[in-house]
Design a protein around this ligand. Structure first.
Ligand code: ATP
Ligand code: MG
Length: 300
């Protein structure tokens, strides 16, 4: 199949999950078990994913060579939705030199002495690189919003903390993303949308399998009690920050193979739109290359 045709098909799959306008977005309209009617066995899905990762590697190579754009991939999700596995599989083909992964956990004391975007801004990808945020500044309007005692630790002057704080933060995030896009950072944001039922199943698996015990955390089970609160704040975050230049992808996450394929497809499709190409050299440089070739040929 020709490249254009494949891209067309990819676009059809990705389109329904890409949110570029927040206003009409409702999380309840998205099914975590959706696979677009596709039913692939493990081997078929792995084959397709491999083609996606190879394509991604080609795009990354040009991104790196061109050294103009950078790509920021933001991953947000409830626990056990598959962030780690998706990052591992989708990025498996890319050159590690052009890729930077940051996993954001609880903030440090130093982080808390700064504005809320500070620690994330320090980790933004350089030109030509792909930056991956495994959790991100969105935690500042997710976990911090669900557990307001975390906000109290952030040492803000009291008069700056009002009921409007979440609206303000979402506004700040949207502007931060506008700014970054204008600086040449393409931002793609992935919400891996897992169902509460599937999360329970995955926690049970972690308990059943000794090789998965290290992944199990009692606090993750505790967080399940706040499921509805999380869904509410995720919805608000997506509504306030989805835009054409920094879209959200609400990725069904109950089937891991589908999650990975869709994420790979979305990245490839977005990178294709950048029209990346290898830098061409000017006439002077071409002459220099010819001289060098001649010199190497003369060597004994
Ligand atoms: P995994 O469990 O797969 O290793 P993880 O991303 O869940 O990955 P953990 O160390 O389990 O990593 O948890 C990180 C915790 O840090 C999460 O509970 C998250 O909500 C919390 N966290 C992230 N950012 C912030 C923040 N800005 N303020 C407070 N807590 C945060
Ligand atoms: Mg965790």
């Amino acid at each position: 199949m020709a490249r254009e045709e494949i891209l067309d098909r990819i676009e059809k799959y990705v389109d329904p999950f890409r949110i570029t306008k927040g206003k009409s977005f409702r999380l309840k309209n998205f099914d975590p078990g959706d696979t677009c009617g596709l039913r692939l066995d493990k081997g078929e899905a792995a084959d397709l994913l491999q083609r996606g990762t190879e394509w991604l590697a080609e795009e990354q190579d040009m991104l790196y060579a061109q050294d103009r754009w950078s790509l920021l991939l933001v991953f947000q999700a409830m626990d056990a939705a598959g962030k780690d596995g998706t990052i591992k599989h989708v990025m498996s083909g890319v050159n590690p030199q052009g890729c930077q992964v940051f996993s954001f956990k609880q903030p440090s004391r130093e982080d808390l002495d700064h504005d809320f975007l500070w620690r994330y801004a320090k980790c933004l990808p350089e030109r030509g690189r792909i930056g991956i945020f495994n959790r991100s500044y969105y935690e500042e309007v997710l976990v911090v919003r669900v557990h307001e005692h975390i906000l109290q630790r952030q040492k803000l002057p009291p008069r700056l903390v009002s009921e409007r704080i979440w609206k303000e933060r979402l506004f700040d995030i949207a502007h931060f993303e506008d700014y970054l896009t204008r600086q040449g950072t393409m931002i793609l944001k992935f919400f891996l949308h897992v169902s509460r039922k599937e999360q329970k199943k995955r926690f049970m698996e972690r308990l059943d399998r000794p090789d998965k015990h290290w992944k199990f955390s009692a606090s993750d089970v505790h967080e399940r009690k706040f499921w509805d609160d999380y869904m509410h704040v995720f919805e608000e975050a997506i509504r306030a920050t989805a835009s054409k230049h920094a879209p959200w992808y609400v990725v069904p996450a109950d089937n891991k193979w589908f999650t990975r394929l869709l994420v790979a497809a979305a990245i490839v499709e977005a990178m294709e739109k950048l029209d990346l190409e290898y830098p061409t050299v000017d006439a002077e440089k071409k002459k220099e290359l010819q001289t060098m070739r001649a010199a190497l040929n003369r060597e004994k």
